[in-house]
Ligand binder design. Sequence first.
Ligand code: PMP
Length: 414
Amino acid sequence: MNAQTSSPTVFDVQRIRADFPLLSRTVHDKPLVYFDNANTSQKPRTVIEAVDAHYRRHNANVSRAVHQLGEEATAAYEGARDKLARFINAGTREQLILTSGTTQATNLVAYSYVMPRLQPGDAILSTVMEHHANIVPWQLVAQRRGATVKAAPINERGELLVEQYIAMLTPEVKLACVTHVSNVLGTVNPVREIARECRKRGIALLVDGSQAVPHRPVDVQALGCDFYAFTGHKMLAPTGTGALWARREHLEAMPPFFGGGEMIREVRFDGTTFAAPPHKFEAGTPNIAGFVGMAAAIDYIESVGFAAIQTWEQQLLQYATERLHEVPGLRIIGEAAGKEPVISFLVDGAQATDLATLLDLEGIAVRSGHHCAHPLMQFYGVPATLRASLAFYNTREEIDSFLDALLKVRRMLR
Ligand code: PMP
């Protein structure tokens, strides 16, 4: 089924929930309400079974063995690359480096692409709403080179000030980056427009797609960016999976970052040569079983279809937002138009962590904290928020249970 065109008229959420074994468990003797999907998603049975079947029947290392199992494991791993390449319209499979997640992907770009290009006085442009994975790697390489990391501003609604971002694309900027979707605010940034402006100025753009790939079809070529990094575990795949997509010319020019097995052509003490991309950047034994699960995750998402996923998630977002507005003293942080189903909020007179702890006793899993976005917390002048992040397997009834529990625990804290 095509992920971008399928659109069942009736969304049978109960049938979908039956595919996710964990969703039927209880927590503290209460039915689980899992609203921490921006942190990591739950996994459908097909993903769990694919990983299980890999270890039961096909387990071997990739690319090293000519025996049957080695061939099966290699075919499964490289097959996952093909599937992922189609999923994001990578162009060619060689442009997709399989990583342990976004963090490894941004660090790879920092050390292999950015650091060799940085001179004292240069800069990297980030934004106030980024996850630390899209800030700290740039700071580490900038410090080594006497360069700086600049942050483009946002407004109170949690929207990027795009004109200011563009104005900050000055000649000393050697890489610009932006999150496709904010993990705290749900804001969707205008990546195509930003990519167009970066290209006009010859500045490479890295997009953090971690929170986009679970919710919307992504076409990296249409976006026009230079690098697209994302993580698998938020899109139904096992933890320790992710990828970096890059323009071919960058991958050819970039030196390897990790050295070791799998990434070489020939090793000699008088000069080692390297494999072609993507293997040049994939040293060591990868997370083979994880990527087998990733392939099953993509199949699952495509069988539901992004059209249906988006329609349902937007209905849930709207309903949850309306219901939260009923809570006295509750403030939603992040009110951008067209946002993804992530709702950060604060409740007057209650600490976010206390609320989250009490909600947990009611079976409700939400996240409290800084969400690896300290600069964003500094912008709003708060140490932490509560965050309810939804997925297509959530229901209106769960939102009602969440609201009942929130009203109850709020009374307990007053
Ligand atoms: N960027 C964003 C926007 C995220 O939400 C996350 C995960 N919270 C990351 C980067 C880091 O992903 P990972 O921990 O899988 O590397």
